[in-house]
Design a protein around this ligand. Sequence first.
Ligand code: SPV
Ligand code: MG
Length: 295
Amino acid sequence: DQESAPATSRLRALLHAGAPIPVIDAYDALSARIVESAGYRAIWASGLGISASFGLRDNNEASWTQILDSLELMAEATSVPILVDGDSGFGNFNNVRRFVKKIGQRGLAGVCIEDKAFPKANSFAERTHELCPAGEFCGKIRAAKDSQPDDDFVVVARTEALIAGHGLDAALARAEAYRHAGADAILVHSKATTAEEVAAFAARWGGRAPLVVVPTTYADTPADTFQRMGVSLVIWANFTLRAAIQGIENACAAQQANGGAPEPGDARYAPLKRVFELTDEQELRAAEQHYMPAA
Ligand code: SPV
Ligand code: MG
């Protein structure tokens, strides 16, 4: 996990660290910087978060080039590896190939592709979730692996079988097929309110490939439960997004209650100094010293 190793290799090392690694979402370059400075070892570039940052729904409303532009800025702003939420691949295997090639060129460390139909819907949306046929999805995984920028790039296959109500056997059969297609890890998504469902999956999976979970609806699960399950990555997929929304809402409400103006010294606001730190203002001053003639 050396800083000098490529992002792809560092993400791969986390998958095989032998203990659950907490990963949190970012939805733009600034939130990615904040996550990195808080000490997270990897970032989840959330599809929900990026689309919400555009004011759009998590239904493939944003074009994939709009998402790519945001991902490029996120990668440029950070040095920890970024696992990209690639939704259902923005189309068929051919769209997957193009997307993986483009994120690979931009230094993203891996991609997660889910076995939903296109356009996808958020897993927590109250609706019928249509899955991509397993055979077709295996082609997408193979296409992703064949388009990766280096051998360590991580392709996570995400099954939505439990979300779609197809049950444990179907989820396990799909995961096994995706592993054979070349997936480096399996994300088993669940909207259950306890970890029981994913624990049952993990028990039958038996560590055939690294396992990734997204415990949004079972967030109160103790960390040692994930350890016992043999989970590799625990992705807190929408927590910076929700913290930002709540933070801005609280600040706006307080200002509105104060006639529209901020209260002097309100600790709700990060100091401007923090903004300049997060955008590395200091580096520009040093570069000016280096490149500009003294006045
Ligand atoms: C996302 O963060 O966009 C995800 C995770 O895909 S979830 O919203 O939990 O489905
Ligand atoms: Mg998503």
